[in-house]
Design a binder for this molecule. Structure first.
Ligand SMILES: Cc1ncc(COP(=O)(O)O)c(C=O)c1O
Length: 395
């Protein structure tokens, strides 16, 4: 799939950044705002909002019928999602709907039997709530991945070098949130498996953004459908390799507990299941639009944004993974070095200019991540590039 790219060797490509025909009209986003942060919360296309609204009407018209039939409908929706994520190798029983990536992480880590002395290896790129889930279960060792590591091989070698005889589990991002790069490459996962390490992959950004998100063959993999899969908010999946499925237990027991994974995990009594039921509509929409075309479009926009920002004084491009819809760059030292400072800068840019963009904290200088999506236009990145230098001059 994707190839890492060292920015020192070639300038970032900005060719092909266009407006996707009909793309912006698929969403009901506030047109006054430049939404350059699809990666954080996604955005639900109108046809998917309508599909979910129709399901809600059905629910409220006859709640008894809706809830009695829910488990079978969820199973059917799950099979459709599995087909999108795994194509010909789809195994609908290997996947459960969950609410979000963080829930997937907790379910996965609960299904692993830790002995005294076992450790979990995480990286400093990991998402906070997911790393916290690991730290609840076992002692955690954090491997530092320099954002400037040139390529996938360097990432792989750094992770492998941090293994110790105590490493029971390695928890990796599929695509990292701050640096927007591939971490859990299939080769790294295979090498970890060969060493008897249990692999847990945070694929929060993978569904919809990469072509074959389950191809790495991790022991546990979870991913959000509501980011790049156009599914309703609060829809995600947890995929579990056959050997581990018997150990997965719902975080809250339900009437479906005896059915085991995946049904036991999905039953939340009288919850609103309409998001999961409408989730296949999002992935269907992506397929109808031509997923490869959407990915190329989104990636070209992110590259366009990165190329503009890279020209600004003090901003340094980072190595990136070819073909992804997000790109990150580094801010100068003294900016966004802490979570509070990063949040404050992000909120100031939003309040003063109506631009939503992720600023991520990092010691020695935080970073900025731009996303490309069907609703974005090249000029939105130009807006950001025009206002950012003023913030970087301020203390
Ligand atoms: C890499 C990564 N993991 C996990 C999450 C958490 O997702 P959620 O809030 O849906 O649990 C995010 C959210 O942006 C993320 O980027």
């Amino acid at each position: 799939m994707t190839e890492p790219h060292n920015p020192d060797s070639t300038p970032p490509a900005a060719a092909g950044a266009t407006v996707f025909p009909g793309g912006p009209a698929l969403f009901r986003l506030d047109p006054r705002i430049a939404h350059l942060n699809h990666g954080s919360f996604g955005a639900v296309p109108v046809p998917v909002q309508e599909a979910q609204a129709a399901l809600r009407e059905e629910l409220h018209a006859d709640p008894d019928a809706f809830f009695v039939g829910a488990a079978n409908r969820i199973a059917a929706a799950r099979a459709r999602v599995a087909a999108h994520l795994a194509g010909g190798t789809a195994d609908p029983d290997g996947l459960a709907f969950v609410s979000n990536a963080t829930e997937g992480a907790n379910l996965a880590l609960d299904a692993i039997a830790f002995d005294d002395g076992d450790e979990i290896l995480v990286t400093d790129h990991g998402y906070g709530t997911v790393t916290a889930a690991a730290a609840r279960r076992a002692p955690v060792t954090t491997v530092r991945l320099d954002p400037y590591l040139p390529d996938e091989d360097a990432v792989r070698e750094t992770v492998l070098a941090a293994l110790t005889p105590r490493t029971k589990v390695v928890l990796l991002d599929h695509i990292s949130s701050p640096t927007a790069r591939l971490i859990a490459s299939p080769r790294l996962l295979a090498e970890l498996a060969a060493r008897g390490v249990t692999t847990v992959v945070d694929g929060a950004h993978a569904p919809g953004m990469v072509a074959d998100p389950l191809a790495g063959g991790a022991d546990f993999w979870f991913g959000n459908l509501h980011k790049w899969g156009y599914a309703p908010s609060g829809t995600a999946v947890l995929a579990v390799a056959p050997a581990h499925r018997g150990r997965v237990r719902a975080l809250v027991p339900s009437w479906e507990d005896a059915h085991g994974f995946p049904r036991s995990v999905e039953n939340r009594a009288t919850a609103d299941y309409t998001g999961w039921l409408a989730a296949p509509e999002g992935l269907d929409l992506l397929a109808r639009l031509d997923a490869a075309k959407v990915r190329a479009h989104n990636s070209a926009l992110a590259a366009h944004g990165a190329a503009l920002l890279a020209e600004l004084p003090g901003i340094a491009p980072l190595p990136y993974t070819e073909g992804l819809a997000m790109r990150s760059l580094r801010l100068p030292p003294g900016f966004a070095e802490t979570p509070d400072a990063a949040r404050a800068l992000r909120e100031r840019i939003a309040a003063e200019h109506g631009i939503r963009v992720l600023i991520w904290p990092w010691p020695g200088g935080g970073g900025i991540r731009v996303c490309g999506q069907l609703y974005n236009r090249p000029e939105e990145y130009e807006r950001l590039a025009a206002v950012l230098p003023a913030y970087l001059r301020r203390a």
